[in-house]
Write a new protein. Sequence first.
Length: 152
Amino acid sequence: MANVAVPRVRTYLRSDREALIALWYACDLVRPWNDPGSDIGRKLTHDPDGLLVLELDGELVGSVMAGYEGHRGWVNYLAVGPHHQGKGFGSLLMSEAERRLAELRCPKVNLQVRATNQNVVAFYRRLGYRVDDAVSLGKRLVEGPTGSRGRE
């Protein structure tokens, strides 16, 4: 009988840094105005338990960043490597993020998806998420690595 790899969701370790950044690039999550290394550093400073990775046979193949600020939970950087998509790993990561947020008594989870990414919108709809009747606004307080304030 062949060994079947079992995916494992765990908290990020500092040794995951390069693999996590490579994953985010492979999943087209990085924009010129968002430095992934800085995003990781800020998350580790603020809430290190909210950065989760999915490991399969010792390889980092997924991630999710979740947090709760007392009013709403937020999810960012949900990623599953291109060769591992369609296997339920995104749902597994979201389920764990939601479980951890629920433990904090978080009443609602928010997330943002680029309007052009309809496949991802459909994924979240399958998980029970709905488009809120709200406008997403943003203002950059820190310049991105390109020196611009970018769009996000």
